[in-house]
Design a protein around this ligand. Structure first.
Ligand code: G1P
Length: 298
């Protein structure tokens, strides 16, 4: 079984749900506590054993590239100021030279098209995809669970969670087959189905391990839901010749592409940090209590 070394992270989306903040800043650079959203996806990929990150960017996304580059002037300033703690933290986050590639999605044609843009950088080997809006929270990252199942099954692996059955039209939904190892075999796959025709309420939560044969299918994939080239549609075609398995994620995924998910993630990650938890837990608890009194009085 070939090792999964590379991860594709699509970051071309405009982030209209976060206007006006995203007028001049990529949504992936919004911070959860003190790290940009994109850092969480990269950390999760590295934890799962990924060695090379391929960013599929778009116009106005240069701050993401700069963020992952070395900043010698900043390092010098920190050194002169004796801020060794900050320097050590930045050093620990620095990806090795040559471990990041960047390509651009020239037009907003959908997730399938974004992944296809990475075909030459990935080449002929299995690879991971992480949708960085979906921020994984738990003892270990969501992609590590997918890697574990991949070691058991090979083939293609996607990670899933259960959604409210009324909300299947927001996600890629899979049909559930036989239990295998820590997951199950996927029998069906459909992008954003109406609840009346959805094969289950198991939704694809944004992590994939795919075989390189997906690229040829993406190259001639017809537009699907929302008029976009959908990754789910190409995976559905690949299912005719290759197996797909689903790894249920046991942690919690925050959809940081939505305001509510982003705020919840900030609270959850702040509470998980020993240096911040006590500074925010009590004030937030008090504010929540006060709000409860106000809404009760209304
Ligand atoms: C994309 C995928 C969908 C998946 C979702 C998870 O949809 O196409 O299959 O369930 O991400 O967030 P999007 O959110 O881009 O509409």
């Amino acid at each position: 079984m070939r090792k999964v070394r590379k991860a594709v992270i699509p970051v071309a989306g405009m982030g209209t749900r976060f206007l006006p903040a995203t007028k001049s800043m990529p949504k992936e650079m919004l911070t959860i506590v003190d790290r940009p959203v994109i850092q969480y996806a990269v950390d999760e990929a590295l934890e799962a054993g990924i060695e090379h990150i391929v960013f599929v960017t778009g116009r106005n996304k240069a701050p993401i590239e700069d963020y992952f580059d070395v900043q010698p002037e900043l390092n010098d300033t920190l050194k002169r100021a004796g801020k060794s703690k900050q320097l050590t933290e930045l050093d620990a986050l620095q990806l090795p030279a040559g471990a990041v590639s960047v390509t651009r999605q020239q037009s907003p044609d959908g997730l399938g098209h974004a992944v296809w843009c990475a075909r030459d950088l990935v080449g002929d080997e299995p690879f991971a995809v992480l949708l960085p809006d979906m921020v994984s929270y738990g003892e270990r990252g969501c992609l590590s669970g997918a890697m574990e199942l991949y070691a058991e099954t090979g083939g293609n692996v996607i990670t899933v969670e259960e959604c409210d059955p009324k909300l299947t039209h927001k996600y890629g939904i899979v049909g559930k087959g036989t239990q295998i190892g820590t997951g199950f075999e996927v029998t069906e796959m459909v992008e954003k189905p109406d609840p009346s025709v959805a094969p289950s309420n198991s939704y694809i939560n944004g992590r994939y391990i795919l075989q390189p044969e997906i690229f040829a299918l993406l190259g001639n994939q017809q537009r699907g839901a929302g008029g976009e080239i959908q990754l789910t549609d190409a995976m559905h075609r690949l299912m005719e010749v290759q197996k797909f398995y689903a790894a249920p994620f046991t942690g919690r995924m925050f959809d940081c592409g939505s305001k509510e998910g982003f705020i919840q993630a900030n609270v959850a990650f702040a509470f998980a940090r020993s240096d911040i938890r006590d500074l925010v837990l009590e004030p937030i608890t008090e504010m929540v209590a006060a709000q409860e009194i106000r809404s009760n009085a209304a």
